[in-house]
Structure formats: structure tokens, C-alpha cells
Design a protein around this ligand. Sequence first.
Ligand code: ATP
Length: 458
Amino acid sequence: MTNKNPKSKDMEKIVAFCKRKGFIFPTCEIYGGLANSYSYGPYGVELKNNIKKLWWREFVQKRSDMIGMDGPILLNSKLWKASGHTKGFNDAMVDCKACKKRYRADHVIKELTGEDMEGDLEGMTKKLQNGLKCPECGESKWTNVKKMSQMFKTEMNGIEGPVYLRPETAGAIFADFKNIMDSIRVKIPFGIAQIGKAFRNEIVARNFIFRIREFEQMEIEYFIDPKIAWEEIFEDWLKKQEDFALKIGAKKENLRRYEHPKEKLSHYSKKTVDIEYNFPFGFGELFGLAHRGDFDLTSHSKASNEKLEYFDTVNNRKFTPHVIEPTVGLDRLILTAICSAYKEEKIETGQRVVMNFPKEISPIKIAIFPLLKNKPKLVKKAREIYDLLKNNYMCEFDDNGNIGKRYRRQDEIGTPYCVTIDFDTLEKDNTVTIRDRNSMEQERVEIKKLGNYFTDKL
Ligand code: ATP
């Protein structure tokens, strides 16, 4: 990731905005917080759930070649031994001896020189000790670069040795592959999808929710016949991932692909490509896509002594499928959606902040206002409409302040439609005013047509 921070002010603005509007804020602030951990507030959790639902709909519900599962966070430790995580899931750490600031060594070197030295511990130590200056204090007094495991450990009653909080969700898909094969009929190629929390003891958590220690992943293992050409399937997954980013509001020009050079690939991977998004702090990985061969199923098969194979009934043949793994961090998608949606606009009455979310992911879909708070008949009618619409949509009732202020509040959280109940509603024609977030235009719609109106619009 590029770490130059030309737009760090934009990021500060986003972070402050998220806190002020109840999207995302530092957790346990009354106790001094906890090392860059965040909670999703009332609007944040709606946004998060909407993105999850949309992903599941696009990648599971709408595809006949996909099924889902939901495994636990705590899994048998043998799994992490077989996958290589217990030994090899490490990052490179270095401390500045002068100011005591801790860095992920490859990140600080990339920031200072642009060079990618990930994995080369000795090379990184030499590079740093050869005069690179600590970005914090300007001194060049570095410790040697050391490996640090990213695995969080805990204990479980009745179990000997440590149990790990999963560092990725994919593990259970492989470990439970046999049960899935035994219980459901699928025809290759097919994929298994899972959404859930993952935990990584990152050396430095930073850039808001981009790099945190407890995050959510949405992962797919897509199983293919090793004999077929995989390139087209791989390209299709890349495209599908990019399309998903566009669906949540990312602009095409802010996305780019980064293909991992051959010499940096894991021994089993045929190809790995990241899709990066241009965050205010620079480009950073959003999606990953890797061809992992049969590494996972073979490793778990060897370690467990269970055959993890697919039986092709058409050709009467058994084989270990290869796997293509599309993966994405939900929190990074949320940050993408927020950065893409945030807009400051000059309007007739001054300025407004508007979150230009695609309607599908907007936390609140419709806000309902009685024109005046102190007119019981208006309030009663507005409540009736709210009670009607809330069955199908996430709605908010607001009777506080003048209508202009209420519009501004809804613009700021990205609500696509506001419905106002006024005296004409009661006395004249049973119509309400609907105001559109983007165009700010208003139209009158009959109450009895509201159901159809919103079915069309949303
Ligand atoms: P990075 O290089 O940024 O550390 P990675 O290559 O280690 O990421 P993967 O192991 O491929 O990441 O994890 C899959 C996805 O999970 C990533 O594409 C990213 O969106 C997300 N992710 C990984 N680490 C974190 C983290 N610490 N916080 C939030 N999301 C993360």
C-alpha cells in the first residue's frame, strides 16, 4: 500500500463524520478505548448488514453453483497446524530504539523507499540499519527485524494446548468439506461461501477500520476440476468482485488490480491478484483472488487421514478439486462505501453533506416527518404511515426541528427518500410529499400508492 498521506485530512474528516453520525466509533472510549478497536453504531450496523445481505444475494442466492456455511471461530488446532498458520502466519516487526515506536517492517520500508521487501527479514534489517530514518522521530536506531505470529491464542476447558481465534474464515470450509459433500449434491464447479469474524494480531492496527485486529471476512472457496482451463473462471471472479465494488458505490477509476509477481507467490499458487481501492490514504487491498491448487484439501487430508475428494458421477472418477479463493474484508468494503459516498455540496440554502450510498445499502431507506410536531393529527397520520412502511423498509420517524434541518440530517446518513405529512394530506387529497435525496426534488404521491411507489424505487 502507498503510505504517502496527501489526503490524510480527508481521512480525518471521514473518521470524525463516522463518529458524529453514529456509524463507527472507537469502542470502550470511557475506558480509554482498546488499541484501534471500533464499534459499529446504529447506522453503521445497518450499512454493514446491508452489504453482507447484498454480497450473499449476489454470490450465493443468485447462483446455482454456490452454497453457504457458517463455521465457528474456535476450531480444532490441528487445522491451523495443517494449513501452516501455526508456524507460518507471521509478520515482520521492528522497533525504533529511540522513540519506541513499533512498525511492521515491510510497511515502513515501503513507506520510506517504495520497495516491497515482504518476507526478507535479513534484507529488511540491513535496509533499515543502513540509515533509514524513523518517520516518527527521525532517528535511525532500529532493532533487528523479527517475526511475530498473527495468531490470537485462548484456552478451552477440557482441551489441552492453545486454541486459536481463527485468522481467516476459510479454514472451516476445508475442514468441513467432507460433511458438506456427504450431505448435499453439488456439481463441480461449485463454491462454498462463508461470512464471519476473523482475528489477526496485527503489529500495527491503523487507517481506521482498514487494518484492525478483529474484522469480518466474506470468503468463497470455488472448487474446480484440475483438468479444466481455469484462466477464464479466474478472470470471471475478478470481474465479479470488481462489479460488487461498483455496486456498493466505488468508482471505477478508484479500483485497480495488482498481480503478485511469480517469485512472491506461495509455492502452491498459480496466480494471485488483489483488487485495490484508492482510499484517502492511498491504494490498499480490498479483495484478494488466489488460485490455491489442491494445497488446502491435500494438506487437511494428509493431516486428518480422511479422503477429501469429489466424486464425478458423470465420468465415474474421484479427484481432489483445485480451488480458486475470492476473499474480501467486510470492514474494508464498508470503508470503501463510506469514502465513495461522502460528498460536500453547495446548495441554495448553504452547504450539505450527503452520503450518496446506492439505495440498496443505505442504512435508512425512508424517513417520515409530520410537518409540525405540535399538531396531533399530523403526528398521528405520520405514525400510521411509518407503521405501514416499516414492515418492509428500515424507516426513521423524525419530528424534530424544521423540515430543512430534517432533510439535512437524512442527507447526512444517506436516506434516499423523505416523506412529509402536511395539512394538505389531512384536509385536501390524502397525498404526501416525497423528497429525493440526490435531486432534492419533491413530488406529491397518494398515500394508497406509497406501497407501489417504494416497491418501484427501492
Ligand atoms: P493485507 O496485505 O492488507 O494485510 P492480506 O493479504 O493479509 O491483507 P488476506 O489474508 O488475503 O489479507 O485476507 C482477505 C481479506 O481480508 C483482505 O483482502 C482484506 O480485505 C481483509 N483483511 C485482511 N486483514 C485485515 C485486517 N487486519 N483488517 C481488516 N480487514 C482485513
